[in-house]
Design a protein around this ligand. Structure first.
Ligand SMILES: [Zn+2]
Length: 141
């Protein structure tokens, strides 16, 4: 059995679903047997496995690089929405919150925020893994 986090493009929600295997998922997807629990839409996508700690900070240059094309920009936005809905935003307290999760097991929900390169390196040294994802700031909405 394998658990996937599925994401509905229509109503922007995500939910967990179990499949016998990744092949079974592909089969069901191909035959349009997957639908949203909420709105019955068939626009279901498997999301990336959600890491518990997400550092959204990136240098400005690489963010611009990622956001170059519309399509990529859209994908990033989709992922951002997913994170916003499923993770707690901790802003610049990221390193602190990441430690309190790691050492105290305080929160059950994942967090996202920003951290400096030094902080990320320190966290890594302490055995705390973080994900770095591209992030675009949308001024138009
Ligand atoms: Zn839906």
């Amino acid at each position: 059995m394998i658990k996937y986090k599925l994401f509905c493009k229509n109503c922007d929600i995500s939910f967990d679903s179990w499949f016998a295997s990744s092949k079974e998922y592909e089969k069901l997807k191909k035959r349009n047997f997957l639908s949203c629990h909420n709105c019955q839409s068939k626009k279901i996508e498997k999301t990336l496995m959600a890491p518990k700690l997400i550092n959204k900070s990136l240098t400005e240059n690489s963010t611009k690089g990622f956001a170059k094309t519309r399509e990529v920009h859209k994908k990033i936005k989709e992922y951002q929405n997913f994170i916003k809905n499923n993770f707690d935003y901790v802003g610049k307290n990221f390193a602190y919150e990441a430690r309190s999760i790691h050492y105290n097991n305080k929160k059950t929900k994942g967090i996202y925020g920003t951290a400096s390169k030094e902080e990320i390196r320190e966290l890594k040294d302490e055995g705390i893994k973080t994900e770095i994802i591209p992030w675009v700031d949308d001024k138009s909405n």
